[in-house]
Design a protein around this ligand. Structure first.
Ligand code: GDP
Ligand code: IMO
Ligand code: MG
Length: 441
């Protein structure tokens, strides 16, 4: 049985979740996003057509798949329609027949964006480096029990009174830090138009998904962000505000826990991070040029914000931690081709703090900034793996590198990605992932 599978980023995001979800979507009937919002940027390349998904699941690119935006998400209706309109222009159908938005998902309003800016400015040198999309403030309102859910927004009196009440507090903060106060009438008018257009998409997705699971339909749960950005398990406070780990797929959909048949970890062959926060294996000082080379080869620029991504060596210690929390049943290893030109490749197998080897990932971000990575160096392969589709066609040292990462993470590799395009992929048929694909044929 492999009908319900969650796909989870194992590092700090941008591991290539979009590419893998698009690839797997062919074998699944329903594709679901369940946390985060348009802070995500998931790239999909099919032939010479490129798509970037922010709110919509990457399964949208496949005709005939139903796409769900679950209750755990925070949705900016304006961003939703910008994305929907762009996809429509690219020939993708975005209709209420195939896209369902949870009636329990929370909305991002203009004051959330303003508060995200204010909060980052207030933090100065300590800032998180958020995407400034209003994600954190929207989740704060959700936890503070003053959020506006999609279904609430369809009731004009409720929408107006919540906007008025919430804006009073938001404006106090915005004005105290020198910002321009926002106008409740304007926000209400704008949101009324947008949410009316959103209306036909809104549904009880919790019920829909549980019925679908009971009927034995296949469901792919697409995580956004990644394990080390999780609000509990990530490198707090340099994290996002949602539950990005596998448990979030349950909470953010309302599917009962026993429905989940497997968890696929998406692991990049090196590491990147966007925004601030500790990054033990970052290529700095003597390795800055190498970091720049990887950034260019891997096109490591934010799919949402365009910011250059910080680049570093593979961190097996942090990825083992991700495997532990998520219980990866299989791993998809991405961007092998980006390392093709290196003569040597370093892998961090552990951390030392104050001269002692760490048993587990330090919880305090100041400690994470001070840890010394323990590296092992492997030989590179210095030949092209771009577009390779067979395991047996990989150079010996590339194969050795892949096997070493698998041993280090403690999970079998089910797929190796060798380029951004859908077909540039090696499926390891004799693996859990290979089995899932056969089950869903
Ligand atoms: P996501 O947020 O996890 O979906 O990842 P992003 O889409 O933000 O970033 C991954 C980038 O790497 C995208 O530009 C993908 O097209 C690209 N990509 C994915 N897999 C591969 C691969 O195996 N090789 C190369 N060269 N690029 C890849
Ligand atoms: P995908 O799904 C990489 C980072 C931001 C910032 C922190 C908090 O494409 O992998 P937020 O706006 O969420 O409050 O920002 O999280 N961040 C991401 N980094 N990939 C993402 O998404 C990210 N979404 C948020 O850069 O450091
Ligand atoms: Mg991304």
């Amino acid at each position: 049985m492999s009908k319900v599978i969650a796909v989870i980023g194992a590092q700090w995001g941008d591991e290539g979740k979009g590419k893998i979800v698009d690839l797997l979507a062919e074998r699944f009937e329903i594709v679901v996003r369940y946390q985060g919002g348009h802070n995500a940027g998931h790239s999909v390349q099919v032939g010479d057509q490129s798509f970037v998904l922010h709110l919509l699941p990457s399964g949208i690119v496949h005709r005939g798949k139903t796409c769900v935006l679950g209750n755990g998400m925070v949705i900016d209706p304006k961003a939703f329609f910008v994305e929907a309109d762009r996809l429509t222009q690219q020939g993708v159908e975005v209709s209420p027949e195939r896209v369902k938005i949870s009636s329990r998902a929370h909305l991002i309003l203009p004051y959330h964006r303003a508060l995200d800016h204010t909060s980052e400015e207030r933090l100065g040198n300590e800032k998180v480096g958020t995407t400034l999309r209003g994600i954190g403030p929207a989740y704060e309102d959700k936890a503070g029990r003053r959020g506006i859910r999609t279904a609430d927004a369809l009731v004009p009196d409720v929408l107006r009174s919540r906007i008025e009440r919430n804006l009073e507090d938001a404006n106090r903060i915005i004005e105290a830090y020198g910002g321009e106060p926002l106008n409740a009438d304007e926000i209400f008018r704008e949101m009324s138009v947008l949410t009316e257009r959103l209306g036909p998409f809104i549904a009880d997705t919790t019920h829909y998904l549980n019925v679908a699971a009971t009927e034995g339909r296949s469901i792919l749960l697409e995580g956004a962000q990644a394990t080390l950005l999780d609000v509990d398990h990530g490198t707090y406070p340099f994290v996002t505000s949602s539950t990005t780990v596998a448990g979030g797929a349950i909470i953010g959909t309302g599917l009962a826990p026993h429905r989940l048949n497997g968890v696929l970890g998406i692991v990049r062959t090196y590491t990147t991070r966007v925004g601030e926060g500790p990054f033990p294996t970052e290529m700095l000082e003597g390795e800055a040029e190498l970091g720049q080379m990887i950034r260019e080869r891997g096109r490591e620029y934010g799919a949402s914000t365009g910011r250059p991504r910080r680049c570093g060596w593979f961190d097996a210690f942090a990825t083992r931690y991700a495997a532990e929390i998520n219980g990866f049943s299989s791993v998809a290893l991405t961007k092998l081709d980006v390392l093709d030109t290196l003569d040597e490749i370093k892998v961090c197998t552990g951390y030392k703090l104050n001269g002692r080897v760490c048993e587990s990932l330090p919880a305090v971000s100041q400690d994470l900034r001070r840890v010394e990575p323990i590296f092992e160096t492997l030989p590179g392969w210095q030949s092209s793996t771009l577009g390779t589709t067979e395991l047996s066609a990989l150079p010996t040292n590339a194969r050795r590198y892949v096997d070493f990462l698998s041993e280090q993470i403690g999970v079998q590799i089910g797929l190796i990605s060798t380029g951004p395009e859908r077909s540039q992929t090696i499926i390891v048929h004799d693996s859990k992932l290979g089995q899932w694909l056969r089950d869903n044929e």
